[in-house]
Write a protein that binds this ligand. Structure first.
Ligand code: FAD
Ligand code: DLZ
Ligand code: SF4
Length: 507
């Protein structure tokens, strides 16, 4: 009996569960470019282009391997515009009602498939190291779900960087060695790829249909097939990984990528297997070409953070992205969409997001995320922004990072304290402050850096919630030691700043 085999745009792995379960001789693979998936948020044009180009190439590969593939292009006249609509259309075309699908990475689509008038069997996406059951078993009975302990279990499970039962080098985590400020110069860049005919056709389509979305489509240099992604991995392991640890938290005006890998999108859409990525990094440590602090730090991001946030997304349920524990209601200011701002750090992070569809973790967490949190922006709007603008953004990974880690809107499920800082942190880790219209050394009064003002405003307005947190006691002691006049002036200036920003003034 023929069944439809659904493969979504972020499930482009030959070993994906639905394809493993399918029968090449009788089943029909469905891939569909649909308006519904391009419009639930205004995705960056580079993200849509990456997904469509990789989908088209994946479909061609499946056909070459002997699969019967029904591929819907966005502009096909019969395209119904939704994933379920395309399944229904193909079901009628093939006279079938059974569908095999791999669980999507977003509750919205899971629910749509479950509600579809078809006989859909959803298989767990096993491209991850921890299954849902393993995460639930780990979470059961724990008061706090902290990444570090979960990560150690993942090290034991995979055997990565293990020395028998002990962690390689005697320690699980070398993070304290990974906080060097920005280097003077960066001697590598991520591998880039010239668009071929398939990519060019997609770029033309995306330009015509999504040219008005936030983000520059061209130049487009991302990998769109597994072979290219593997080359990008090898290039990173050789040239970027050795210094990945040292400068992981640094930010430099003229250097968009520093020693980061730019591999997240490839892993998230299925071009690279996360375990293969970690094994390549471990091999570099074992053969002496990359130090332990770099390799451990890199592997921790993947088998630690990446797996952990996925576990949290499914553990916490469909309402997680809408949480707002701090009751932040301020609208997202226009500067996030490229509107003018005098804050150089924000202008730089947003400008690079616009050109590359990429910013590295500390830019996301400590510049755009930190500002959103201390300014009290509505986390649902912040979440939508991150889901739209980054090439690697899919809800299972984006929402826990934004709503949880960055905005503390889950009330502390992920973070034990909010990631807030004054301008001082940005100054230490970057070269942004030098040319800024504000002065990072000024705490209040003419020219004061807005991060300095809003940091205290945040702590003051959430005092009741956070003053008992032992990790924040020092912050409140410093605030309390300031004379009252200064405290009042800071709060009043912060309020004025927020009012002007919300009124649409350039701040
Ligand atoms: P590298 O710095 O080279 O790190 C290596 C790999 O580790 C990444 O490719 C990624 O797969 C993984 N990784 C690192 N940190 C995390 C993390 N916190 N969570 C999950 N995986 C991680 N990552 C996404 O993949 N998609 C998102 O939509 C996304 N949204 C984010 C939103 C916010 C507010 C924040 C603070 C972080 C977000 N991250 C997201 C995590 C992280 O910023 C990106 O994974 C990373 O910047 C991708 O760039 P890279 O491949 O150069 O990573
Ligand atoms: C993000 C995205 C976009 C822009 N377009 C498509 C599409 O046309 N067809 C498709 O199958 N998938 C697309 N995707 C990825 C899905 O939105 C993704 O599978 C869900 O968000 C779950 O992670
Ligand atoms: Fe950002 Fe403040 Fe530095 Fe300007 S002075 S770049 S606003 S941290």
């Amino acid at each position: 009996m023929t069944r439809l085999v659904l493969v979504l745009g972020d499930q482009l792995s030959e070993g994906i569960a639905a394809l493993r379960k399918a029968d090449k001789a009788s089943d029909v693979v469905v891939l569909a470019e649909v308006a519904g998936e391009t419009e639930y948020v205004p995705h960056h044009p580079k993200k849509i282009a990456l997904i469509f180009a990789a989908m088209r190439k994946f479909a061609a590969q499946l056909r070459a391997d002997g699969w019967d593939v029904r591929y819907s292009e966005l502009d096909d006249t019969n395209n119904s515009g939704t994933i379920v609509g395309e399944l229904l259309r193909r079901a009628e075309e093939c006279g079938v009602s059974a569908v095999i699908a791999t669980e999507p990475g977003e509750w919205r689509l899971i629910e749509a498939l479950q509600d579809a008038p078809l006989n859909v069997s959803l298989l767990e996406d096993d491209r991850f190291i921890a299954s849902h059951k393993e995460f639930e078993d780990w979470a059961k009975g724990r008061k706090a779900l902290r990444m570090e302990y979960f990560y150690r279990d993942m090290r034991r499970k995979t055997g990565l960087l293990m020395d028998g039962d002990d962690p390689e080098g005697g320690k699980w985590n070398y993070d304290h060695e990974n906080r060097k400020p920005a280097p003077d110069a960066v001697d590598t860049a991520p591998m880039s790829f010239t668009p071929d005919e398939t990519v060019e056709a997609v770029l033309d389509l995306v330009e015509a249909r999504f040219g008005g979305n936030f983000g520059d489509l061209r130049p487009f240099a991302y990998a769109t097939e597994p072979g290219q992604a593997k080359r990008a991995l090898a290039h990173f392991v050789r040239y970027g990984l050795p210094k990945f640890g040292d400068f992981q938290d640094a930010m430099l005006d003229g250097e968009r990528f520093l020693y980061h890998s730019l591999l997240s999108a490839y892993m998230n859409i299925g071009l690279l297997d996360p375990l293969e990525v970690c094994q390549a990094a471990e091999a570099a440590y074992r053969d002496g070409s990359a130090p332990l602090n770099a390799v451990e730090g890199f592997i921790r991001q993947i088998i630690g953070w990446r797996e952990y946030v996925r576990g949290i997304y499914f553990h916490e349920g469909p309402q997680y992205p809408r949480r707002n524990a701090l009751n932040h209601q301020r609208g997202l200011p226009w500067l996030y969409w490229g509107g003018e701002t005098k804050m150089r750090c924000l202008a730089k992070a947003v400008a690079q997001t616009k050109t590359e569809a990429y910013a590295h973790h500390i830019q996301r967490l400590m510049v755009t995320g930190n500002f959103a949190l201390i300014a009290g922006l509505n986390p649902a709007e912040v979440h939508e922004w991150y889901l739209s603008v980054y090439i690697d953004a899919f809800e299972w990974v984006e929402a826990p990072n934004t709503v949880g880690m960055s905005q503390f809107a889950d009330g502390g499920v992920i973070a034990s304290k909010p990631y807030v800082s004054s301008g001082n942190y940005i100054d230490r880790m970057s070269d942004y402050c030098g040319g800024c219209a504000y002065d990072v050394k000024v705490k209040v009064g003419e020219g004061a850096c807005p991060f300095n003002l809003l940091y205290w405003h945040f702590l003051n307005r959430h005092r009741q919630r956070f003053e008992g947190n032992p990790r924040m006691a020092n912050m409140y002691r410093t605030w309390d030691r300031m004379d009252q006049g200064k405290r009042e002036a800071i709060l009043a200036q912060a309020e004025g700043f927020l009012d002007r920003m919300s009124a649409g003034e350039v701040v």
